[in-house]
Structure formats: C-alpha cells, structure tokens
Write a protein that binds this ligand. Structure first.
Ligand SMILES: Cc1cc2nc3c(=O)[nH]c(=O)nc-3n(C[C@H](O)[C@H](O)[C@H](O)COP(=O)(O)OP(=O)(O)OC[C@H]3O[C@@H](n4cnc5c(N)ncnc54)[C@H](O)[C@@H]3O)c2cc1C
Length: 216
C-alpha cells in the first residue's frame, strides 16, 4: 500500500511532467515549516487517531482528548493570525494537516475542518473587529468548539428555502427555527447560525449570526 499522502504523490507526479507550469518554474516543493507541520500531523494521526478510529465510528463520538491534542498542536486555529491566538500558518499547511488526519479518521478530520473552515473562517473574513476579538482567541486555542448551522429539516441544498427567521427586538435579534445535520452541533460552544431576516428578499435576506451555546 502506498502510504504517502495524496499531495505528496501529486507533487511527485507533477515533478516528472513537463507541463507549462513546471517548465516555467512553478514551485511545488514544501517549505521546511510546512514539512515539519505535516510530519507532526502525520505522527499525531498515526499514534493517537488511527488506533481509535474504529472506536470513533462505533461510538459516533470524537474523544475530547483528541480535540484537546489538536488544540495543543495548534491545529484548531491553524490559519488564524497570531494576534488572535492562532498559529498563523497558510492554507496549504492547513490542507496538509487535514489530509494527514483524514487518512487516519475522516470523522476527526471533519470536526477540525468544520471548526476551522466553517466556524472560524466566517468570523475571520466577515466579523467586526469586536467579534474577532471576542470569539477568535478561544476558538483558535480550541477552548471553544465551533459549528455552522445552515441546514434544516426542510432545506438542504436549497438553503435559501430556510424557515429559521431572525427578527429585530430592540437592540437584539430573536432567532426562531430548527437546524439539523450540524457537524459539531452536540459539542459546540459557538455556532454560526443562518436565518432569514426578510423573506421578501429571498436569499439576500439571509444573515449569519454568531450564537453562543445557551443563549436565550
Ligand atoms: C456528514 C454530514 C455533515 C453535515 N454537516 C453539516 C453542517 O455542519 N452544517 C450544515 O448546515 N449542514 C450540514 N450537513 C447537511 C448538508 O449540508 C445537507 O445534507 C446538504 O446541503 C444536502 O441537503 P439534504 O440532505 O437536505 O438533501 P437535498 O437538498 O434534499 O438533496 C437530496 C438529493 O437531491 C439532489 N438535488 C437537490 N437539489 C437538486 C436540484 N436542484 N437539481 C438536481 N438535484 C438536486 C441532491 O444532489 C441530493 O442527491 C451535513 C450533512 C452530512 C451528510
């Protein structure tokens, strides 16, 4: 069995071709830092995740200590700037880490991806400075777990048909609705929740709210 990762195999294959990109000097090699993080993720995946993959599938639950270990290694905030408590690494390094973890257990990988790409990323890209300062440090350190709540019992692919509504109530918003299929939903401390603020605007009326667990 070829135990090299898909990206390593791809780079090797590309290195033996004479495509325009390689001929033009397109650099496919990893930096020393990317290789170090990749090796760290590979060791973690092989030693800590793989031996528990069957148990994770059977119990449908990721052991908290694996999440804590991913946090300790800096993976839970891998591409979050250091000013917000993250590792400040690039997207390729993130992909290398996810690839290694998914090779051992895709369920553990999806917990990480959902947290980083679906919960942290919207705050990082579109959050206000105050939201970034409040939510990103605990998420990046893995002290808080994030999830992304878009799907509903009656709307999946057609997300714009969502029924969850958001109504202004003084300075606050009142959200009313039901979400399902939410990865990390059972363990999340912070959710990015999508809701319709004005049905006449159809998909343009949908807004994303950062909601803390237990908010009433
Ligand atoms: C493992 C897993 C994790 C998930 N995690 C999350 C999460 O974290 N957050 C979240 O919000 N959601 C999550 N989801 C939900 C996921 O986003 C939805 O399942 C997805 O959007 C599809 O919606 P649906 O299941 O209602 O299927 P439907 O939208 O009802 O689709 C059913 C079938 O019809 C097809 N179809 C739909 N529309 C069309 C069309 N117009 N033309 C042709 N074919 C069509 C689809 O391809 C599919 O085969 C998760 C789902 C899974 C399976």
């Amino acid at each position: 069995m070829d135990v090299t990762s898909a990206s390593t195999r791809w780079r090797k294959a590309m290195a033996t071709t004479t495509t325009t990109e390689t001929a033009a000097g397109f650099d496919l090699s990893l930096t020393a830092e990317q290789e170090l993080v990749q090796r760290t993720a590979r060791d973690f995946a092989r030693e800590k995740v793989l031996p528990r993959a069957a148990e994770i599938d059977e119990q449908k639950k990721i052991p908290r200590e694996l999440i804590d270990e991913m946090a300790r290694l800096g993976f839970m905030g891998i591409d979050v700037p250091e000013q917000y408590g993250g590792s400040g690494l690039d997207s390729l390094t993130y992909v290398l880490v996810v690839e290694e973890i998914n090779r051992a257990c895709a369920s553990t990988g999806v917990v990480l991806c959902t947290h980083v790409s679906l919960a942290i990323e919207p705050i990082l890209r579109w959050g206000s400075d105050a939201q970034k300062e409040k939510w990103l440090p605990p998420l990046a350190r893995g002290e808080s777990i994030g999830c992304f709540a878009l799907s509903e019992p009656a709307s999946g692919s057609d997300a714009a048909a969502m029924r969850t509504s958001a109504r202004r109530d003084g300075d606050a918003w009142l959200l009313n609705g039901t979400k399902n299929f939410i990865t990390n939903g059972a363990i999340a401390d912070v959710a990015i929740v999508f809701a319709q603020t004005d049905a006449s605007l159809k998909h343009k009326g949908i807004a994303a709210f950062v909601v803390e667990k237990g908010t009433k």
